[in-house]
Write a protein that binds this ligand. Structure first.
Ligand SMILES: Nc1ncnc2c1ncn2[C@@H]1O[C@H](COP(=O)(O)OP(=O)(O)OP(=O)(O)O)[C@@H](O)[C@H]1O
Length: 758
């Protein structure tokens, strides 16, 4: 499992600060009071878990820090981190430091992160303040309604004090014990006390009444009313019962998840059948907007089991599926599980916008923003020197994934766009205005156009190869491929060419065109990426018939959305990926549309949700792309109003058949070359060309010229399996090299074209 590294790109970079490996969450020391770990491997039945679906009071996310404080029945210390293996003191410290938590909390490591957090806090308290303020009249009414009880309580307290009730017990005690002198002293004290207290109460009451009456008579009405309400509210506060409902509403959110604890992890693993002792590699930490638990599964279990049972795991944890993300850390070992659990359900959170939604352009030689990982970080993709295969069941989000790629290509004004949307839904129509070629449809004619495009791409590949092969070595410093400086040189025509075949199974399954299309696509996948031709193929039917093996075996970048089985999984992601735990069967296409495994190589895989761009937004982005291209003067093909002619796939055999005189069984080569030169002068004119006009040639020169023409034809026909030989034609030059009609017909039949009847 790999995590995104730094990628220079013109758009907003992914937040490195969130990188989980840097242990971005604060490690929370395990409880000192026991110095113990939770009951690892304990009977889950004895380990309490929070009630299902419990509403959780909203708390400030920045406060979420203290984790895993469960008591345990079978204590085992884990906050003692595992020692290095070799007993080398220095090496052990190095290893430890490599995985040490970052010194500075994640929200202080980036200015942007800090501003985000600060902005959030201001918004949060402003919002909460406004919420309370709008409800304050209700709170006041509730308080006032409790004031009679408060007044009663105050009176009762006053009465007990004024009448010295608390001394009654003492006096009773003294009377009961026949302690006469003590009783008399207490009685005197009691009488004096009552008199003093009643007198002071009278003075205070008189004072309050006079001041109150004067204030009410002189103060403005609002002040008088406020004072009365405040006094009533005060009595109301005094009159609240300890178990009464709180005056202030509690705002609850079902989307905020409770903290992850090791007890919960162990119990959930047990519930899906992972039985035995689970070892926590590190204490559970906060990691970006979630918690991260790293565990070694009990001996005999691989992480595959947990990945495959993700839904069950989420069920056992009583958490939404979209918050539970198990991954295997194969860099450690196949039994090391990294479980990341989101604090908020991403399915219910606001959509994360594609960084280029509002502004910016791309450079296909650098990264483009493709989507977001479960932690919400932007995941980049570099399209240059690669090709891309996307697969998934219908509705899993292929079109939205391919839209991101298409718009990223469109926003690079140097990129030539060929788009074949073969579902015929018009989903990619927004990019049509910038496309050199654009076809949308699934009929024969659309498949024919797509095949034609593949032929042209192969021709373009040959052209590019030839140009790059002819460049001096210093122009291609790291091997013969396209470099940005070559792409910029318009004369060379080596700019990026993005060719998208969406729902390509329509073409590959086509009875007439499918085989050739698959062959060419296979060759392009193998050879074209170094030359700036980026092929993108998507399919909703990743099976042997719909996805050519040459494509699935050789494609370099893969994005596999939800699929139903291991065969489809491995066809899209590559051989053995399913076995290695990279399983797109774990995704629910409905709840997690757009989410898939992105494999940049067999060792570089991660879960990504492609950025979702609505059609209206795509149209706006494409308008920006069109403006960029207009300014750069790079609009070509259909975007520039040109008509694209279909690739000529006829051969010399077809041309010979076209010029063959009716009724002739044989023809001299010289005659055929002359006929070809006048039929297609651009192609065959040079075959019949000579330095001198034929009339000015000597007899020998004429013969030599005719021999050259005949030899040229013989050489050109040889690859078709047509041999030329001596042909005698009376009255037409006698015996000379020529072609038999039957040989031509046989060759045409072999190539699948019949010669027209006389
Ligand atoms: N990245 C995403 N984020 C959020 N929702 C998405 C995403 N991708 C797709 N969806 C949702 O899933 C629906 C289906 O997506 P989409 O049309 O891209 O699937 P598809 O695989 O191309 O389907 P089909 O094979 O039928 O063409 C979309 O309408 C959208 O609501």
């Amino acid at each position: 499992m790999t995590r995104p590294g730094p990628h220079p790109a013109p758009w907003e970079l992914p937040k490195e600060e969130d990188a989980p490996t840097e242990t971005d969450g604060r490690v929370v020391p395990f409880p000192d009071r026991t110095g113990t770990r939770p009951a690892i491997g304990a009977d889950p039945a004895q380990t309490p878990t929070a009630p299902a679906g419990a509403d959780v009071e909203v708390i400030d996310p920045t406060d979420v820090e203290v984790l895993d404080t469960d008591d345990t029945t079978q204590p085992r210390p884990v906050d003692v981190l595992p020692k290095g293996s070799g007993g080398d003191w220095l090496e052990d410290r190095r290893t430890l430091l490599d995985t040490a938590p970052a010194l500075v909390p994640y929200y202080l490591r980036s200015r942007e992160e800090f501003t985000d957090a600060a902005r959030f806090l201001v918004e949060y308290y402003a919002r909460m303040g406004a919420y309370r303020a709008t409800r304050s009249p209700v709170y006041l009414l509730k308080l006032v309604s409790r004031s009679p009880r408060g007044m009663g309580r105050a009176l009762s307290h006053w009465g007990r004090w004024a009448l010295d009730i608390e001394a009654n017990e003492l006096r009773k005690h003294a009377a009961g014990g026949n302690r006469t002198s003590e009783y008399m002293m207490l009685s005197r004290q009691h009488t004096a006390r009552i008199r003093a207290r009643l007198l002071s109460s009278l003075v205070v009451a008189l004072g309050v009444t006079v001041i109150g009456a004067v204030a009410l008579g002189t103060a403005p009405a609002w002040a008088s009313v406020s004072a009365i309400v405040a006094a009533l509210a005060g009595f109301g506060a005094a009159g609240s019962k300890p178990d009464a409902k709180p005056i202030i509403d509690r705002w609850t959110s079902p989307h905020l998840q409770r903290e992850l604890t090791s007890t919960e992890v162990v119990a959930a693993l047990e519930a899906i059948g992972v039985k035995g002792k689970v070892d926590f590699v590190n204490p559970i930490q906060t990691d970006g907007p979630g918690w991260r638990a790293e565990v070694d599964l009990p001996p005999g279990y691989l992480t595959d089991k947990v990945l495959e049972e993700r839904a069950k795991l989420a069920g056992a944890m009583r958490r939404p599926l979209t918050t539970v993300w198990p991954e295997s850390d194969t860099e450690a070992h196949p039994g090391r599980l990294v479980l990341w659990v989101a604090k908020k359900d991403p399915a219910k959170s606001k959509r994360r916008l594609w960084p280029l939604m509002k502004h910016g352009q791309t450079d296909l030689f650098a990264d483009i923003p493709f989507g977001f990982d479960p932690r919400g970080r932007v995941i980049p993709l570099n399209l240059m020197y690669t090709n891309l295969l996307m697969g998934g069941v219908p509705g899993s989000g292929k079109t939205s994934g391919v839209m991101v790629v298409a718009l990223a290509g469109a926003l690079d004004p140097t990129c030539e766009m060929w788009v074949y949307e073969m579902k015929g839904s018009g989903d990619l129509d927004p990019v049509q205005p910038v496309c050199h070629r654009y076809v949308s449809g699934d009929d024969d004619e659309h498949c024919g156009s797509a095949l034609d495009a593949l032929r042209k791409l192969e021709k373009e590949l040959k052209r590019r190869k030839k140009i790059i092969a002819g460049l001096p070595a210093e122009q291609v410093p790291k091997g013969r491929k396209v470099y940005p400086h070559l792409a910029k040189d318009r004369k060379l025509g080596l700019h990026p060419l993005l060719a998208i075949f969406d729902e390509a199974h329509t073409l590959f399954e086509h009875e007439e065109y499918g085989k050739e299309a698959a062959d060419i696509a296979g060759r392009l996948i193998r050879k074209a990426r170094a030359y700036g031709i980026i092929l993108v193929v998507t399919t909703q039917r990743p099976d042997a018939k719909s996805l050519p093996k040459t494509v699935s075996d050789n494609v370099s970048t893969r994005f596999c959305l939800a699929v139903t089985g291991h065969i489809a999984n491995d066809l899209v992601l590559g051989t053995s990926m399913y076995r290695n735990g990279v399983r797109a069967t774990m995704f629910d296409p409905k709840k997690e549309a757009g989410t898939g495994w992105l494999a940049k190589s067999s060792h570089d895989t991660q879960i990504v949700r492609a950025a979702f761009i609505e059609q209206a937004e795509a149209i706006e982005i494409a308008k920006r792309a069109l403006a960029l291209r207009t300014a750069a003067g790079t609009l070509t093909g259909e975007a520039a109003g040109e008509t694209i002619a279909a690739e000529d796939t006829t051969t010399l055999l077809d041309h010979l058949a076209a010029v063959w005189p009716a009724g002739e069984d044989t023809m001299h080569s010289v005659r055929l070359v002359q006929a070809l030169a006048s039929y297609r002068p651009d192609t065959y004119g040079p075959w019949a060309a000579s330095d001198l006009p034929v009339e000015e040639m000597s007899r020998e020169e004429q013969r030599a010229h005719e021999t050259r023409m005949a030899t040229t034809l013989s050489n050109a026909l040889a690859p078709f399996g047509v041999n030329t030989g001596q042909i005698t034609k009376r009255g037409d030059g006698g015996s000379r090299k020529g072609v038999k009609r039957t040989d031509l017909e046989a060759a045409l039949a072999r190539s699948g074209t019949a010669m027209e009847d006389d």
